[in-house]
Design a binder for this molecule. Structure first.
Ligand SMILES: [Ca+2]
Length: 308
């Protein structure tokens, strides 16, 4: 703040110039001091005001710095929060992926369910269609049942026809061998004469017996076929004084058989007539005769249909 010393004036002597210089310096110094005081009086308030402003600004700056620090710590805290939030976001993303996969699975399931529903719908339509056809099917079934009954009837008829044919075939075979058929029995009228016992043996060898007679019709058939010739029948006595019996084990009915004897027979002539024979061509045609007498004879075999 001190003014620079003015340069020395040229052309004066150093002795004359010395008091002037001191005064000038004194004046200048005084001026300077005054100027300094004035300046201080003027500048000091301004300087203090400026200093106060600087302090205020410094306080503001401090406050801002504090704010910045606070913000920084908050930023740090927020960073932790952001990290946690990042982890949460990752977890949420993972959950979302899981949910998406669940949704995809559900979609697949829904497609399968839809396919099943369509299939069931088609099946139901088929069932409905079949249901509509039921009355017609029932009518067809009724017809089939009726036909089945007819078929069974025809089958039964065929079986009967088959039995009859078999019977006829058996009859024809027997007839071709000389047997005669009458009311479910075959009869063989011999062409040679034998004693009663030999005749019975012959019949047995042909799977038959000397004939029994159990009805008028059978008696009529026999005597008419015999034609008046003598034929042994299967009636004989148990011992010389025993009862008459049929050799084929048919029970002998003495009362009903009386009408088949020739009147006056059996007379057991010579106490030697123990076998019976046809002698007359009539219902009353039986006679007792000696068993060892040779006569024609009649064998009888019951017709038993053979299995087809
Ligand atoms: Ca006699």
């Amino acid at each position: 703040l001190l003014p620079t010393e003015p340069p020395p004036k040229m052309g004066s002597s150093p002795v004359l110039r010395k008091p002037c210089t001191v005064r000038a310096a004194f004046v200048i110094l005084t001026l300077v001091l005054l100027a300094s005081v004035v300046l201080q009086a003027i500048l000091y308030p301004w300087f203090m005001g400026t200093l106060s402003d600087v302090k205020t600004n410094a306080q503001l700056l401090n406050g801002r710095v504090d704010n910045i620090s606070t913000l920084s710590s908050e930023v740090k805290r927020n960073r932790g929060g952001v990290k946690a939030a990042g982890i949460q976001v990752q977890m949420v993303n993972a959950s979302l992926d899981h949910v998406h996969s669940q949704i995809r699975r559900l979609e697949t399931g829904m497609k399968a369910v839809n396919a099943q529903i369509q299939m069931l719908t088609r099946s139901w339509e088929e069932v409905y269609s079949l249901n509509a056809q039921l009355p017609e099917l029932k009518r067809d079934l009724d017809k089939a049942s009726a036909l089945n009954v007819k078929v069974r009837g025809l089958q039964s008829s065929l079986e009967n026809i088959s039995k009859l044919l078999k019977q006829q075939n058996d009859t024809l075979q027997m007839v071709s061998q000389g047997w005669k058929y009458f009311k479910e029995n075959f009869y063989y009228f011999s062409h040679v004469q034998k004693t009663w016992y030999s005749a019975q043996q012959f019949c047995v060898s042909r799977n038959s017996q000397l004939t029994s007679v159990t009805s008028d019709s059978e008696q009529e058939f026999l005597y008419k076929t015999a034609g008046g010739l003598f034929y042994w029948i299967g009636l004989t006595k148990a011992g010389t004084d025993g009862d008459w019996y049929w050799v084929d084990e048919t029970p002998f009915n003495k009362v009903q058989s009386d009408r088949f004897w020739i009147p006056g027979e059996p007379n057991n002539l010579g106490n030697n007539e123990h076998c019976a024979n046809l002698k007359m061509s009539s219902l009353q045609s039986w006679n007792d005769a000696p068993c060892d007498h040779p006569f024609l004879f009649i064998c009888k075999r019951r017709y038993i249909p053979s299995e087809p």
